[in-house]
Ligand binder design. Structure first.
Ligand SMILES: *Cc1c(COP(=O)(O)O)cnc(C)c1O
Length: 419
């Protein structure tokens, strides 16, 4: 153990007990190919704590019925659980009212909702949307579909080689045609933390609206949507230690109520006749059909879990671990880290001389290490670095220095094989 490693371990123990956090996550005691699992792919989806699993189990076993319709006890209980989950999310984001919280399938569905409903109502041919060069496909393709449908234009804010968002270039793109700025809070590939507050300020200066893709941001820092003041903020549940099948779209209430429904069906209507149907206000307007009832309960439990431990403590732990991992990886000959922005979340993309990232992923899996290899749903960003793929280690609240050491050992094994 190096001296710096020892200090890190001592430090973290004082205010953050990573061992007790790990004990809450059953998957972390798995053995994979004869090795303890080193799970370093939480940026794709995080493992779930026992608190979430137990709560969802109970919701299915003894509190389950469809919501919003039944007059009987169980349906009332399920409805209360579902609506209380909305309140939990609203408090977590500091939304003005739970009515601003729309439950969706994931962030992809949330952004598509905005692109379709807001996009086709408020945007016209020739209007411009600004995105960044490091967007996930989920924050590119919905705007391209809108472009093909109504003839808007998409402008892209460039980044520098280290992966920094170029504020001056962004300001140059802003103009009278800009109607919406849609950017990620944190790059899922480079780990870059974008200056979203400043982006909102600049966009508002010229009267444009802002959507923030918060998937990778909300898991590493607390978010206050009133302080941020964007028009839309969206995230996905499964990266925040909650279940898959649920995402959140937060929007300013007045704006949501000016937007037409995106999907039609049960629950979103006020009154239906064959001639004319009227719609409910947000959030019901955007939640057609049976919602993800138990998933909402699971997400709320995940939020309670991270808030009980403390987002700041989690961020502090992760940031120390990022420094540790970056230093350790930098010592591997021929390894290059892609993404060295000034402000970084604990995501490390890398390439290794002479080894395809997919081979890295497969070989280190044989040593129990789980990382992602591929284009990470960000092909334009890969093109920017003239890479087809990278390997990516993404850290979460439950990772420790042992996980990093196991990764480094496994990468040295890869190098032996290819030498
Ligand atoms: C994961 C991710 C998405 C997509 O999330 P889904 O749950 O697949 O909808 C979008 N944007 C970013 C930044 C992501 O990290």
């Amino acid at each position: 153990m190096t001296a710096s490693n020892m200090i890190l371990k001592l430090d973290s123990e004082i205010d953050y007990n990573v061992s007790s956090v790990r004990a809450d996550f059953p998957a972390l005691s798995l053995e994979i190919n004869g090795y303890p699992l080193a799970f370093l792919d939480s940026g794709a989806s995080a493992q779930k704590p026992i608190q979430v699993l137990d709560r969802m189990d109970r919701a299915y076993r003894s509190e389950y019925a469809n919501v919003h319709r039944g007059a009987y006890t169980l349906s009332q209980l399920a409805t209360d659980n579902y609506e209380n989950a909305r309140i939990t999310v609203a408090n977590f984001l500091n939304a003005k009212t739970p009515d601003e919280i729309i439950f969706t399938r994931n962030v992809t569905a949330a952004i598509n909702l905005v692109a379709y409903s807001y996009g086709r109502t408020f945007l016209r041919a020739g209007d411009e949307i600004i995105i960044s060069h490091m967007e996930h496909h989920a924050n590119i393709v919905p705007w391209q579909l809108l472009r093909d449908a109504i003839g808007i234009e998409i402008k892209v804010v460039p980044i520098d080689d280290r992966g920094n968002f170029l504020m001056e270039e962004f300001e140059k793109l802003l103009g009278s045609k800009t109607k919406l700025v849609a950017v990620t809070q944190v790059s899922n590939v480079l780990g870059t933390i974008l200056p979203i507050k400043e982006i909102v300020r600049q966009a508002h200066n010229i009267g444009a609206h802002v959507l923030i893709d918060g998937c990778q941001g909300i898991v590493h820092e607390s978010v206050d949507v009133q302080d941020l003041d964007a028009e839309f903020y969206a995230f996905t549940g499964h990266k925040l230690y909650g279940p898959s099948g649920i995402g959140v779209l937060w929007g300013k209430l007045d704006l949501l109520n000016e937007m037409p429904p995106y999907e039609g069906g049960g629950d979103m209507i006020e009154n239906v006749t064959f001639e004319k149907t009227t719609y409910r206000e947000a959030p019901a307007r955007f939640e057609a059909g049976t919602p993800p009832i138990v998933e909402a309960v699971g997400l709320a439990t995940a939020i309670d879990y991270v808030t009980s431990i403390g987002l700041e403590k989690i961020a502090n732990h992760e940031s120390k671990l990022l420094t540790y991992a970056t230093n350790e990886l930098a010592q591997i000959d021929g390894l290059r880290i892609i993404g060295q922005a000034d402000h970084k979340a604990p995501i490390i993309s890398f390439v290794l001389d002479g080894v395809h990232p997919h081979d890295i992923g497969t070989i280190i899996d044989s040593k129990g290490v789980a990382v992602r290899a591929g284009h990470h749903c960000a092909q334009p960003l890969m093109d920017r670095y003239e890479l087809a793929a990278t390997a990516r280690a993404s850290l979460a609240m439950y990772n420790n220095t042992d996980d990093i050491d196991q990764l480094v050992d496994a990468l040295n094994y890869v190098k032996e094989i290819f030498s």
